[in-house]
Design a protein around this ligand. Structure first.
Ligand code: SF4
Ligand code: SF4
Length: 183
Protein backbone atom coordinates (compact mmCIF):
# COMPACT_ATOMS: atom_id res chain seq x y z
CA UNK A 1 0.00 0.00 0.00
CA UNK A 2 1.30 3.46 -0.92
CA UNK A 3 1.10 5.96 1.93
CA UNK A 4 1.05 9.73 1.68
CA UNK A 5 4.57 9.80 3.03
CA UNK A 6 5.65 7.46 0.24
CA UNK A 7 4.11 9.79 -2.30
CA UNK A 8 6.04 12.68 -0.83
CA UNK A 9 9.16 10.56 -0.97
CA UNK A 10 11.59 9.80 1.75
CA UNK A 11 12.54 13.44 2.08
CA UNK A 12 8.93 14.65 2.47
CA UNK A 13 9.63 17.32 5.08
CA UNK A 14 12.71 18.77 3.36
CA UNK A 15 10.61 18.93 0.18
CA UNK A 16 8.00 21.06 1.96
CA UNK A 17 10.71 23.33 3.35
CA UNK A 18 12.23 23.67 -0.10
CA UNK A 19 8.82 24.70 -1.47
CA UNK A 20 8.32 27.25 1.29
CA UNK A 21 11.78 28.68 0.67
CA UNK A 22 10.95 29.11 -3.02
CA UNK A 23 7.67 30.82 -2.12
CA UNK A 24 9.41 33.18 0.32
CA UNK A 25 12.13 34.00 -2.21
CA UNK A 26 9.61 34.72 -4.96
CA UNK A 27 7.42 36.82 -2.66
CA UNK A 28 10.36 39.15 -2.05
CA UNK A 29 10.90 39.86 -5.75
CA UNK A 30 9.36 43.03 -7.19
CA UNK A 31 6.23 42.42 -9.22
CA UNK A 32 6.42 42.76 -13.01
CA UNK A 33 2.70 42.80 -13.56
CA UNK A 34 1.74 45.65 -15.91
CA UNK A 35 -1.23 47.54 -14.51
CA UNK A 36 -2.68 48.18 -17.97
CA UNK A 37 -4.84 50.19 -18.72
CA UNK A 38 -4.07 52.33 -15.65
CA UNK A 39 -0.39 52.38 -16.60
CA UNK A 40 0.52 52.54 -20.28
CA UNK A 41 3.08 49.91 -21.30
CA UNK A 42 6.51 51.10 -22.37
CA UNK A 43 6.79 49.72 -25.89
CA UNK A 44 9.79 49.80 -28.22
CA UNK A 45 9.31 52.64 -30.76
CA UNK A 46 9.18 50.23 -33.69
CA UNK A 47 6.43 48.06 -32.21
CA UNK A 48 3.93 46.74 -34.77
CA UNK A 49 0.72 48.22 -33.47
CA UNK A 50 -1.13 49.60 -36.45
CA UNK A 51 -0.27 50.61 -40.03
CA UNK A 52 -0.37 54.31 -40.89
CA UNK A 53 -0.83 55.69 -44.39
CA UNK A 54 0.83 58.84 -45.72
CA UNK A 55 -1.68 59.43 -48.49
CA UNK A 56 0.36 62.10 -50.30
CA UNK A 57 3.12 59.57 -50.97
CA UNK A 58 0.85 56.83 -52.29
CA UNK A 59 0.83 56.47 -56.08
CA UNK A 60 -1.79 53.68 -56.13
CA UNK A 61 0.86 51.36 -57.59
CA UNK A 62 -0.90 48.39 -55.92
CA UNK A 63 2.38 46.74 -54.94
CA UNK A 64 1.40 46.46 -51.28
CA UNK A 65 -2.01 44.98 -52.10
CA UNK A 66 -0.47 42.43 -54.47
CA UNK A 67 2.19 41.34 -51.98
CA UNK A 68 -0.07 41.17 -48.93
CA UNK A 69 -0.34 37.47 -48.03
CA UNK A 70 -3.77 37.97 -46.49
CA UNK A 71 -5.28 40.04 -49.30
CA UNK A 72 -6.52 42.52 -46.74
CA UNK A 73 -5.52 45.77 -48.49
CA UNK A 74 -8.17 47.32 -50.72
CA UNK A 75 -7.22 50.05 -53.18
CA UNK A 76 -9.36 51.91 -55.71
CA UNK A 77 -8.02 54.65 -57.92
CA UNK A 78 -8.68 56.43 -61.18
CA UNK A 79 -6.50 58.20 -63.70
CA UNK A 80 -6.51 61.93 -64.06
CA UNK A 81 -5.06 64.01 -66.87
CA UNK A 82 -2.59 66.67 -65.78
CA UNK A 83 -2.30 69.48 -68.34
CA UNK A 84 1.09 70.31 -69.85
CA UNK A 85 3.10 72.78 -67.80
CA UNK A 86 5.04 74.20 -70.77
CA UNK A 87 3.81 75.38 -74.18
CA UNK A 88 3.93 72.47 -76.58
CA UNK A 89 4.45 70.05 -73.71
CA UNK A 90 2.54 66.83 -73.30
CA UNK A 91 -0.33 66.12 -70.96
CA UNK A 92 0.38 63.61 -68.26
CA UNK A 93 -1.67 60.95 -66.57
CA UNK A 94 -1.55 60.40 -62.84
CA UNK A 95 -3.30 58.04 -60.46
CA UNK A 96 -5.68 59.50 -57.93
CA UNK A 97 -6.33 57.40 -54.84
CA UNK A 98 -10.05 56.90 -54.21
CA UNK A 99 -9.89 54.23 -51.57
CA UNK A 100 -7.17 52.69 -49.44
CA UNK A 101 -8.28 50.37 -46.66
CA UNK A 102 -6.71 47.70 -44.48
CA UNK A 103 -8.79 45.06 -42.75
CA UNK A 104 -7.05 44.53 -39.42
CA UNK A 105 -9.27 41.57 -38.64
CA UNK A 106 -7.35 39.71 -41.39
CA UNK A 107 -3.94 41.40 -41.17
CA UNK A 108 -1.21 39.26 -39.61
CA UNK A 109 1.16 42.18 -39.01
CA UNK A 110 3.89 40.69 -41.17
CA UNK A 111 4.99 44.14 -42.38
CA UNK A 112 5.43 43.05 -46.01
CA UNK A 113 3.28 45.93 -47.29
CA UNK A 114 5.49 48.44 -45.49
CA UNK A 115 8.67 46.79 -46.74
CA UNK A 116 7.62 46.68 -50.38
CA UNK A 117 6.14 50.17 -50.68
CA UNK A 118 8.57 52.00 -52.99
CA UNK A 119 7.26 55.44 -52.04
CA UNK A 120 7.37 55.43 -48.21
CA UNK A 121 3.62 55.67 -47.88
CA UNK A 122 3.16 53.07 -45.12
CA UNK A 123 4.60 53.11 -41.60
CA UNK A 124 4.30 51.17 -38.38
CA UNK A 125 2.81 52.94 -35.41
CA UNK A 126 3.10 51.41 -31.93
CA UNK A 127 -0.53 52.40 -31.21
CA UNK A 128 -2.50 49.28 -30.40
CA UNK A 129 -5.64 50.56 -28.70
CA UNK A 130 -8.17 50.07 -31.48
CA UNK A 131 -10.06 47.00 -30.37
CA UNK A 132 -13.67 46.97 -31.56
CA UNK A 133 -16.86 45.31 -30.43
CA UNK A 134 -17.92 44.81 -34.05
CA UNK A 135 -15.27 43.05 -36.14
CA UNK A 136 -16.36 45.03 -39.22
CA UNK A 137 -15.03 48.17 -37.57
CA UNK A 138 -11.49 46.78 -37.88
CA UNK A 139 -11.62 47.75 -41.54
CA UNK A 140 -9.76 51.08 -41.47
CA UNK A 141 -10.35 53.34 -44.44
CA UNK A 142 -7.75 55.85 -45.65
CA UNK A 143 -8.83 58.69 -43.37
CA UNK A 144 -8.42 56.53 -40.30
CA UNK A 145 -5.15 55.07 -41.61
CA UNK A 146 -3.96 58.63 -42.24
CA UNK A 147 -4.87 59.61 -38.69
CA UNK A 148 -2.40 57.04 -37.35
CA UNK A 149 0.47 59.03 -38.91
CA UNK A 150 0.44 61.32 -35.87
CA UNK A 151 1.49 58.34 -33.73
CA UNK A 152 4.38 57.17 -35.94
CA UNK A 153 7.68 57.74 -34.12
CA UNK A 154 10.45 59.67 -35.91
CA UNK A 155 13.10 57.54 -37.62
CA UNK A 156 16.16 56.65 -35.55
CA UNK A 157 19.14 59.01 -35.82
CA UNK A 158 21.75 58.25 -38.47
CA UNK A 159 25.03 56.65 -37.45
CA UNK A 160 27.80 59.12 -36.85
CA UNK A 161 29.64 60.01 -40.09
CA UNK A 162 27.06 58.43 -42.39
CA UNK A 163 25.98 60.20 -45.58
CA UNK A 164 22.78 62.23 -45.39
CA UNK A 165 19.71 60.53 -46.87
CA UNK A 166 19.32 60.90 -50.64
CA UNK A 167 15.97 62.68 -50.19
CA UNK A 168 17.58 65.37 -48.00
CA UNK A 169 20.41 65.88 -50.48
CA UNK A 170 17.95 66.17 -53.38
CA UNK A 171 15.70 68.59 -51.50
CA UNK A 172 18.60 70.88 -50.56
CA UNK A 173 19.83 71.22 -54.18
CA UNK A 174 19.01 74.56 -55.83
CA UNK A 175 16.32 74.50 -58.53
CA UNK A 176 17.51 73.50 -62.02
CA UNK A 177 17.29 77.01 -63.46
CA UNK A 178 19.31 78.48 -60.58
CA UNK A 179 22.20 76.07 -61.15
CA UNK A 180 23.18 77.59 -64.43
CA UNK A 181 22.37 74.41 -66.32
CA UNK A 182 19.68 73.78 -68.84
CA UNK A 183 16.29 75.17 -67.74
S1 SF4 B 1 1.11 43.69 -42.43
FE1 SF4 B 1 1.10 41.89 -43.80
S2 SF4 B 1 -0.95 41.02 -43.62
FE2 SF4 B 1 -1.05 43.10 -42.76
S3 SF4 B 1 -1.71 44.40 -44.46
FE3 SF4 B 1 0.53 44.43 -44.47
S4 SF4 B 1 1.16 42.74 -45.88
FE4 SF4 B 1 -1.01 42.45 -45.34
S1 SF4 C 1 2.90 50.15 -52.36
FE1 SF4 C 1 2.90 52.18 -51.41
S2 SF4 C 1 2.59 53.61 -53.13
FE2 SF4 C 1 2.00 51.56 -53.84
S3 SF4 C 1 -0.23 51.46 -53.45
FE3 SF4 C 1 0.80 50.58 -51.65
S4 SF4 C 1 1.02 52.30 -50.23
FE4 SF4 C 1 0.55 53.16 -52.24
Amino acid sequence: MVTADDRRGRGGLPGVLKGLATTARTAMRPSHTAEYPDVAPSLPPRSRGVIALLEENCTSCMLCARECPDWCIYIDSHKETVPATTPGGRERQRNVLDRFAIDFSLCMYCGICIEVCPFDALFWSPQFEYAEVDIRDLLHEKDRLGGWMATVPPPPALDEGSAPPAEVTAASRPPRGARGGRP
